[in-house]
Design a protein around this ligand. Structure first.
Ligand SMILES: [Zn+2]
Length: 328
């Protein structure tokens, strides 16, 4: 085993060699460069998929904003969506809706929708523009605010809801999914038109190990699935609300090994995995798990006095690094 401290992999290499959420652990010879690069991982998207998280429905309410501003291309003709983040820890979508309904005249700001882990609340018709990101962007885009939450599970749920709102609006207006064009962060609008200096949602995303590229991947998945099947998961996946309604799901629900493992390596920056051969012997695979990430698991096995939790077809993490929480 090489030292973990010598983990050297370029971002491009680690993404190419590993699946989503995994970290390349193979040592790369330093012919090009020796700087250590924090590996990219998309634990949020993996977590949403592994836990069958599905978005809630969009609530449509009429807020107090009484300006009916056509977009530059006309009423009902937005060109895309701006992704915002509220920068107000703990404030729910309901809190934000009440606040902006009461204060938009003073604040000179209003958006179409607020999203948190439990709700998507649309408060102004997206056929008309709002005041969220400077005049040029306001004349082009639907605008949605993501609320700040406190746990990884809430973050994943809020991201799923936000991606669903965005994908739904793109489809409603017959727009393609084009990152940087039809889906832009508030930060990107500032870079393009220099009318605001906000950098959301990037800073908040990065606190959760997330970024716009990963978010665009999820939006793209939802967009394609919604377009093809009307469901964010595509036709093949049953909605999570079906749990317990048939035999397969009953078996899954009664599996005591099904749950989440939170993995941490106190010494390193990724968590080692183990794979097993048919004869029961073990070997270290060429990828590990990003430090401090949650993983869905469905099987356990004992090996050399430790419990191992399965996180992929043949990759297991030791109880030395993992804390298991059974599904309810
Ligand atoms: Zn913003």
């Amino acid at each position: 085993m090489f030292s973990k401290k010598k983990l050297i992999a370029s971002l491009a290499t680690s993404v190419a060699l590993t699946g989503i959420g995994f970290v390349a652990t193979s040592q790369v010879d330093s012919l090009i460069g020796t700087s250590e690069v924090k590996a990219s991982y998309a634990w949020v998207n993996s977590y949403i998929e592994a836990n069958n998280i599905t978005p809630v429905g969009i609530q449509y309410r009429q807020g107090t904003f009484n300006r009916w501003i056509p977009y530059e291309n006309g009423v009902g003709r937005p060109e895309g969506i701006v992704v915002h983040e509220t920068a107000t820890p703990g404030a729910t979508a309901e809190n934000e809706v009440a606040y902006f309904n009461n204060n938009w005249k003073k604040l000179y700001t209003y958006v179409h929708a607020f999203v948190d882990a439990n709700s998507i609340i649309n408060i102004h018709s997206s056929d008309y523009g709002v005041w969220g990101a400077g005049p040029t962007a306001n004349a082009k885009y639907v605008q949605v605010e993501l609320c700040e939450v406190g746990t990884t599970d809430q973050f994943a749920r809020s991201i799923s809801n936000d991606a669903y709102y965005i994908a739904s609006k793109l489809l409603q207006y017959g727009l393609p999914m084009e990152p940087g064009k039809t889906v832009v962060s508030h930060k990107q609008t500032g870079t393009m038109w220099h009318e605001t200096n906000h950098t959301d949602p990037d800073g908040y995303f990065s606190k959760w190990g997330y970024d716009m590229n990963q978010f665009n991947e999820l939006i793209g998945k939802y967009y394609n699935n919604l377009k093809a099947t009307g469901s964010v998961n595509g036709a093949a996946t049953k909605p999570s609300t079906d749990a317990g309604s048939d035999n397969n799901n009953k078996v899954e629900a009664s599996n005591p090994y099904k749950g989440i493992v939170d993995v941490t390596d106190p010494e390193g920056d990724y968590v080692q995995l183990l794979s097993f051969r048919a004869d029961g012997s073990a070997f270290v695979p060429t990828r590990g798990l990003a430090d401090k990430t949650p993983w869905a698991t469905d099987q356990q096995k004992q090996y050399k006095g430790h419990t191992y939790y399965r996180v992929s077809t043949n990759e297991w993490v030791s109880d030395y690094y993992a804390k298991f929480t059974a599904s309810k």
